[in-house]
Ligand binder design. Sequence first.
Ligand code: FAD
Ligand code: NAI
Length: 476
Amino acid sequence: MSENIHDVIVIGAGPAGYIAAIRAAQLGFKVAVVEKWLSPAGTPALGGTCLNVGCIPSKALLASSEAYEHASHLDAHGIEVKGVSLNLAKMIARKDGIVSKMTKGIEFLFRKNKITWLKGHGRFVGQADGLYRIMVSGAQGESEAQARQVIIATGSKARHLPGLPVDNHRVCDNEGALSFDAVPARLGVIGAGVIGLELGSVWRRLGASVTVLEALPGFLGACDEAVSKEAWKIFTRQGLAIHLGVKLGEVSVGDAGVRVPYTDAQGVAQVLEVDRLIVSVGRVPNTENLGLENIGLETDARGFIEVDDHCRTRLPGVFAIGDVVRGPMLAHKGEDEGVMVAELIAGQQPHIDYNCIPWVIYTSPEIAWVGRTEQQLTAEGRAFKAGQFPFAANGRALGMDAAEGFVKVLADAATDEVLGVHIIGTGASDLIAEAAVAMEFRASAEDIARVCHPHPSLSEVMREAALATDRRALNM
Ligand code: FAD
Ligand code: NAI
């Protein structure tokens, strides 16, 4: 086989693309990955949004800022800490170090699996004899690579608001908001979604006065209502000022800061003056300059590549996975699609149950869920029973001073099958995995309740909530 002909070419090395490449290589294919990302130092980097400016750096800062906040609030444990101070440069450097370690880890995995990294921007230039032709433009100039199977995993970028340019100094998207050089005294956040709440929490814990402006009248509409109500109580008590149902006016940026005029939910004109503004109003797929027109592939009206349940586009041998296709923009969803597509190419019959993909919001306490919410089940007319158990009645949670929140289990009224699990509480990101496994195996609430859970542990709250669906929680 000629040097530039591969069995599989993956465009994009975020979590969807790099996992697809590794699985394809494990299955014996000759794999190349086209990736153009440059680190702030200008060095080519693997890992995409997730590793460079998404999941990994945000969770590092969430952990650091939580440790900083906790350090001043250990009185309940009988620990008196005085003189806690912040070294932001060191905190940011720690985060950058983790990013660098992780991205280098993928380079190692590529070498281990003999995956070729084609550094630069990839673009379809045509198709000949069943081979898709991709032009790679990078620092070394242009070169063409070809493959019979191509996986598009080009991911997404922050959506910006019309007339509000992001300079990542005063007005930031996720990239700037992960690397402030000083804690802003007054921080504005547009959008009370996942990024707004996570990064708003980071900077609030580090000392900023944070105001979040959200267009929708409801808070965390994707969550079960019991969870979003509890989250509202906790986050506003922590000091996040969240205004719902706002309509933004024309934002202006000056030397002194950012002026954000808006109309509040009551229709009253207001002005928010801040030192820095984070714009976190969703993400858009990366499909521009990909040469899709050269192979006759179109996107939908919102720019996503259309695929079926198995991530096949309408062209034979062309797949698309991750943020660039429908479904939640989550790293683990993209990873699972990467594995699925590699196995499909190998002739296997994998599938994904999209109903069993867990969601996590890494606030404090964390929020996590899988499956249907109570509101969805009601709208679908499905008869269900609900069981809820608070962390406040769990000895481990009390010992950890983490008694906020609850686990809520929703099960079919007739069959007892678990239909959804909703958690707000410490450790929710790990606890939700049990619920995802249960739902993948179509377990009943009784199944969860009959499994022996370690004592004392937060996982006992899951068991008690499962028991509570039949009103037989033991410790309440
Ligand atoms: P991406 O990670 O966006 O990667 C796409 C890659 O393709 C990029 O490296 C890009 O350079 C490359 N590329 C694009 N076009 C081309 C081209 N033409 N040629 C060559 N290369 C190209 N998700 C979670 O599940 N958990 C979290 O905790 C979480 N936290 C997040 C925090 C933040 C601040 C943000 C912004 C996102 C977060 N996400 C989280 C979402 C997660 O990052 C994305 O869902 C995930 O990165 C999508 O993976 P992907 O591989 O589809 O795309
Ligand atoms: P989001 O979709 O979570 O939230 C955007 C919010 O902005 C919405 O509530 C929306 O109503 C609001 N909004 C939109 N336009 C507005 C306007 N003009 N004025 C005021 N509010 C407006 O998007 P976000 O937070 O940008 O995150 C993007 C995606 O990244 C998420 O949907 C998620 O898929 C992923 N992500 C996942 C994380 C996780 O898994 N923990 C963490 C961070 C991001």
